[in-house]
Design a protein around this ligand. Sequence first.
Ligand code: CP3
Length: 336
Amino acid sequence: MNDLLSRALNSEPIERPPVWFMRQAGRYLPEYHVTRAEAGSFLGLCRAPKLAAEVTLQPLRRFPLDASIVFNDILVPPAAMGMDLDFVAGKGPVFADPIRDVAQLKGLKKPVIAEDMPHVLETIKLLVAEIDVPLFGFAGAPYTLAAYMIEGSGSRHFEHVKAFSMHHPKEFHMLLDTLADICAEYLQAQVDAGCSAVQLFDTWAGDLSTDAFEKWALPYAKKALAGVSGVPRLYFTRNAAPYLHLIKGIEADAYAMDWHVDIARARKQLGDVPIMGNMDPLTLNGPPEVIKAEVHRIIRAAGPTGHVFNLGHGVLPITPIEGVHAMVDAVREWRW
Ligand code: CP3
């Protein structure tokens, strides 16, 4: 088993950082489109363990990566809570009946992981029998899930979730608390099925004021991670810079940084906690020598211990495969 990820997350000496990237399976790979077409729909793909395992393996066949991440989506748990979810071409995830008043909260059920979301656990079991790199499990963090459930889709201003939090603070806290319990149970089930690490994606918390982040995002991300044991637990938000003085309060084992963050400064502010990141995904659209220089700049800035190389957010569908090769090669040739 490749132990580079575990050594990096334990801040042990490493000759180079491990490399994997968020959304490493997906639309930039032609073979993904073939398997997705076979599944018929995106949710169908998430719910077909053999096909989801196949899609997880696709980037590992192309690139010598040091970790993998189970193919799934953060919105599968809200769908298991009874929300009608669809993935609309060109629009992304859409909930047919978003939560806009407190009465709707009563309609949400607490999912039983093994019954309502057995697919992801089966996918994990298929994968761990086959791969020799660590497998990440993941979940959406409570604030980000609540934001999707209330907005109904991605949003520019997040006006519905912000209004809900102001009009119904008590009920919003209760929803976040319930989601934290579900996240913890869901992540632990993924660990028990064989995952070697977990990551909590709090993509939309990056839109909050620091005060709102402390109120709505931090305590519930902390609670979700506190309920998981046995493996390293990582936390990602897609705009970490404003919260660098706060996020250690989440008590994750490592923090993923987006590319707006100066990784050397983050290192100073966070102390000796391992960090992951943080190349701009669009760097992959540049020429190989530019990609290589940027990879090496980031590794140097992050320093010799406790760094996992990754992008600052998920890889985009427009990413050229040669760019990914250049990134992975540049990380692999680095020596401290
Ligand atoms: O990293 C991986 O390889 C594992 C797979 C993964 C997916 N979604 C697959 C996916 C992971 C970790 C996610 C997490 C996720 N999903 C997040 C958090 C991370 C982030 O990127 O911010 C969020 C916010 C979502 C919700 C979601 N699902 C969005 C916004 C979209 C894309 C909308 C679009 O069309 O651009 C999805 C769909 C989705 N999830 C795709 C993939 C490969 C594309 C679906 C397709 O095939 O059409």
